[in-house]
Design a protein around this ligand. Structure first.
Ligand code: TXA
Ligand code: MG
Length: 333
């Protein structure tokens, strides 16, 4: 097992770099760490599913280094709406749903008929690495399936060190939540996963409202298979407290769990007495809370028997934060 800094990758010879990507590699992105394989390496792609314990029908996001690379892998033209979004948000945490060329392995597509989700990551050194490989990298988040996503190498080292040889490290991810997934489905604009690029930001560029379909509706065709599965769950229970009486309810739950060590994911704006909790301070603004969210959950999970958090308002970045918390929660009070 080897940890190498992202900025040192440029010092590797091509032989060394190509050797690394004979198998699965942990890569840093601005959103979360990914478990990556070249999209032309079937064995490594299959290994991603095996290492994560990922259901085989849950497709992987493809990471490209340039617009030229993107157009090589998609069927037809890039829709004009996507071009506007790409101009504004790429490179960055926005993934788009495209019609895939059938040369893209079924393993990447999770056996989905013809679609593929593609993004261009922000980290310049990562894009240079992909450019040198000459082929996109498919990468889901580097956590074991169902667990919180990693925003630092330390979050996954114990889980993966026996299964992955190369970890590329770039410190704490600068966004901290997975990319937003947006698609045009049956001519409708659909938000498939909320992320660091907000619904409001997309609507501003497209000058129209978009639909939100971020929960699996079993009556409907599932557009984004990841929605069906359990996500972000810490080992210990996590409770979300809502509404005006949230603090009284939280104190009652703390007293009900008297023998337990209770953790609190705190936002900067709470000024009530929280001396009885092990506190992880998420920060005061939404961007900082997003960056720290998974680190907070993972940290409190190690120290506490139960984790409490106050709800966030579900707009702007709050929509993505609450999406992750709702999926992590065992109880909403
Ligand atoms: O920020 C991110 O997007 C990170 C980093 C590593 O880039 N990746 C990530 O991948 O979050 P993952 O596997 O944890 O989430 C991918 C989501 C899943 O919910 C999957 O179902 C959906 O994207 N997805 C991938 N390809 C799809 C496709 N062809 N059609 C519909 N949904 C797709
Ligand atoms: Mg994931």
């Amino acid at each position: 097992m080897k940890i190498i800094k992202l900025e040192e990758i440029k010092n590797l010879s091509n032989d060394e770099l190509f050797n690394y990507f004979k198998n699965v590699v942990v890569i840093p992105t601005e959103t979360v760490y990914g478990l990556a394989a070249r999209i032309d390496n079937e064995e490594a792609l299959k290994n991603i599913y095996k290492i994560k314990g990922r259901p085989s029908d849950n497709p992987l996001i493809v990471h490209v280094s340039s617009y030229e690379m993107l157009v090589n892998y998609i069927e037809g033209e890039v829709p004009v709406e996507y071009r506007k979004l790409i101009d504004k948000f790429w490179p960055g945490p926005l993934s788009l749903l495209f019609k895939a060329k059938n040369t893209i392995s079924k393993v990447v597509r999770g056996n989905m008929e013809t679609s593929v989700v593609i993004r261009m990551p922000k980290n310049k050194d990562l894009r240079n690495l992909i450019e040198r490989l000459g082929v996109p990298l498919a990468a889901p988040s580097a956590n074991k399936s169902g667990k919180p996503s990693p925003t630092e190498i330390s979050h996954i080292l114990d889980d993966l060190k026996n299964e992955v040889d190369i970890f590329i490290d770039d410190g704490r991810c600068t966004k901290g939540l997975e990319s937003t997934i947006f698609g045009i489905v049956d001519s409708k604009y659909v938000l498939l996963r909320p992320g660091s690029i907000t619904k409001e930001q997309i609507e501003e560029v497209l000058e129209t409202q978009i639909e939100v379909k971020i929960k699996a509706d079993l009556k409907d065709k599932i557009l984004c298979p990841g929605q069906k599965y359990k996500h972000y769950s810490p080992n210990h229970p996590l409770y979300i407290f809502k509404g005006d009486s949230w603090f009284i309810n939280m104190e009652n739950e703390r007293l009900n769990n008297e023998k337990k060590i209770v953790g609190l994911l705190k936002r900067g704006d709470i000024n009530l007495n929280i001396d009885n909790y092990i506190v992880y301070d998420l920060g005061s603004d939404l961007e900082t809370c997003a960056i720290n969210l998974f680190d907070g959950i993972i940290n409190l999970d190690k120290k506490c028997d139960i984790i409490f958090v106050k709800e966030f308002e579900e707009n702007d970045l709050g929509l993505a934060i609450m999406d992750r918390l709702n999926k992590a929660a065992t109880k909403i009070i």
